[in-house]
Design a protein around this ligand. Structure first.
Ligand code: S3P
Length: 270
């Protein structure tokens, strides 16, 4: 047999193997759909670290004498990651807007949700900073708060184009009623709450919050929080208190509450 003919035969066999991998992955996706239906019905979290660890251990065991263990396990990392993405897409076919007072944990929780759900994360304040080429404090100092609030509203209008994003909003986003309308068009609003004491603890070392500059104390935070409280609650689809909870607990609670919210919404619309 000529060398080129032999090479072609090997390539053909690789092609066949790839098709078998595709068929197996397609079967796997069908099973993922069953998991989605189960998680939707029960509201249990998408990412189950113990389950993933158990699965990885079983794979490691199966592959222990395989010379390509490392490479094959790497492929499985992506299979699991994509499986989370497929599940999140089916459960949340909208944007998730995180709102709440400064220091409520929006940025931290958005990062963790991004990992858990494999959804795209957007920081509204970062978007504004990038666009203006200035820090939030510089924008406030140079142009004032109204100018900043206009930038915020424009951002929300722009974000209507985004699909399935986790959007961490600035703390003052609820000050304009129109903003909530923009968010609700293609999203759900999740309010994170915290006590003034917890908030102070979380923000006290930051100088990037012009509203709190020279007012880093519980009284000021408590007053401003009281002024805004009703506005936060009025627009929220889901409310999660963050005090004393781990990032993981907060994310799982958000996911379960969003699923429950959607289930109720669907039932009402029937
Ligand atoms: C603000 C909150 C800040 C930022 C700006 C104004 C507010 O965002 O948008 O300093 O009015 O509550 P964080 O809540 O992310 O700190």
């Amino acid at each position: 047999m000529s060398d080129t003919k032999q090479l072609e035969e090997i390539r053909e066999k690789i092609g066949d193997t790839d098709m078998r991998i595709i068929d197996a992955l397609a079967d796997r996706m069908v099973l993922i759909q069953d998991i989605i239906a189960y998680k939707k019905a029960t509201g249990i979290p998408i990412l189950q670290p113990e389950q993933e660890a158990k699965q990885t251990k079983a794979l490691e065991e199966y592959l222990k004498d395989n010379e390509f263990e490392e490479e094959i396990l790497d492929v499985f990392k992506y299979i699991m990651k994509n499986s989370r993405r497929v599940q999140a897409k089916a459960l949340f076919d909208y944007n998730v807007f995180l709102i709440g007072f400064m220091g409520a944990g929006k940025t931290t929780i958005a990062s963790e949700l991004e990992r858990k759900l494999e959804m795209h994360r957007i920081e509204m304040d970062e978007m504004i900073v990038k666009k203006q080429g200035m820090s939030i404090s510089e924008i406030f100092d140079e142009y004032g708060e109204i100018y900043f609030r206009n930038l915020e509203s424009n951002c929300l209008i722009e974000l209507q184009k985004v699909k399935q994003g986790i959007i961490s909003c600035g703390g003052g986003v609820i000050l304009r009623a129109d903003n909530a309308d923009h968010m609700k068009k293609n999203g759900r609003i999740v309010l994170l709450t915290a006590t003034p004491e917890t908030i102070l603890e979380r923000v006290k070392d930051s100088d990037e919050r012009p509203i709190l500059n020279n007012h880093m104390n519980v009284e000021f935070i408590s007053d401003l929080l009281n002024q805004r409280k009703d506005k936060y609650l009025a627009v929220a689809d889901v409310v999660v208190a963050t005090d004393g909870k781990s990032t993981d607990q907060i994310c799982d609670e958000i996911i379960a509450k969003l699923i429950a919210f959607d289930r109720d919404k669907e039932a009402k619309e029937k």
